[in-house]
Write a protein that binds this ligand. Structure first.
Ligand code: SF4
Length: 286
């Protein structure tokens, strides 16, 4: 398979600079855990973090804002959804949360938390994240899809460019990740992982997936609505255009849920992130 010059150049960056991979948890649909962590380090990444830590921080911020406001809040994790509302349904713009996405929050955290200067590379299922990365250049340096990651891995294997040093043998996520937000890429998972029953009941939440359902969902907003948990793609990010797998949404969803269940049982990692590590990070959307 052909590989673009941009990806070849990115591979050079990975192997010459300190780069941190911001891995979206939907990776389990296309890659095996924990093997992917080793492969990413062989590609040249110095560290591999999972966006699940940013998801945990974001959940707390949503809870805080839900307690404060009487207005409905539309979740802004999905850039395609935000752009659709801004461009097609501007009358609902006032409900969009002023909270950055997990990709941006994780980039801010890494740039601030680690002493060394790091290049942040988002790897996920989403094409619109490329635009979001350009709009948040200070926080995110590159955004690539799982399809592109696979092309890079194949190219590096074929050209014997995979690194193999002792330091690269680790199979654990670097700082940080979180367990329960591993299902964040699924439709309705923000409300599910927020653990906010005391302030948000089921009938105060509207969940939406798929572009054809956005308008219908927005029209359902009424004085009882507190939270709109909406993602643009069918099934959420597991249905994103940067995913390789052609399996059904149900099968992809099962993989993500199994990944969370297995990780909770195994407790492989030592780098579970705590909320207090991220108190100085701005969570606002640009
Ligand atoms: S739902 Fe689709 S468009 Fe939205 S963030 Fe996920 S992959 Fe991207």
């Amino acid at each position: 398979m052909e590989i673009s010059k941009e990806l070849v150049d990115l591979l050079k960056v990975l192997q010459t600079k300190r780069c941190v991979c911001l891995l979206a948890p939907s990776f389990v649909v296309d890659f095996k855990y924990p093997k992917i962590i080793k492969t990413l380090k062989q590609l040249g990444f110095s560290k591999v973090s999972e966006l699940t830590f940013a998801a945990k921080i974001i959940n707390t911020e949503y809870k805080k804002q839900l307690k404060k406001t009487k207005k409905p809040i539309i979740c802004t994790n999905c850039p395609s959804l935000v752009k659709t509302i801004e461009n097609k349904y501007p009358e609902y713009k006032e409900y969009l949360a002023n909270i950055a996405s997990p990709m941006v929050v994780m980039g801010r955290f890494i740039k601030k938390h680690f002493k060394e200067k790091n290049t942040c590379v988002f790897v996920g299922p989403c094409i619109t994240k490329k635009i979001e990365a350009l709009e948040n250049k200070k926080d995110i340096d590159y955004a690539i899809t799982f399809k592109e990651l696979k092309q890079m891995i194949d190219y590096a294997k074929k050209n014997k460019l995979l690194l193999d040093t002792k330091e690269n043998q680790t199979t654990d996520f670097d700082k940080y990740y979180n367990d329960y937000t591993k299902i964040y890429p699924l439709a309705g998972a923000v409300a599910e992982t927020m653990h906010a029953k005391e302030i948000l009941s089921k009938n105060q939440t509207l969940c939406c997936q798929g572009p054809e359902n956005i308008e219908k969902t927005l029209k359902k907003i009424n004085k009882n609505t507190k939270f709109v948990d909406a993602l643009f793609c069918h099934g959420g990010c597991v249905g994103g255009p940067g995913i390789i797998s052609k399996k059904s949404i149900k099968k992809k969803e099962n993989k993500v849920r199994k990944y969370r269940k297995d990780c909770k049982k195994i407790k492989i990692g030592q780098n579970l992130g705590k909320q207090k590590y991220a108190t100085e990070i701005s969570l606002k959307r640009n």
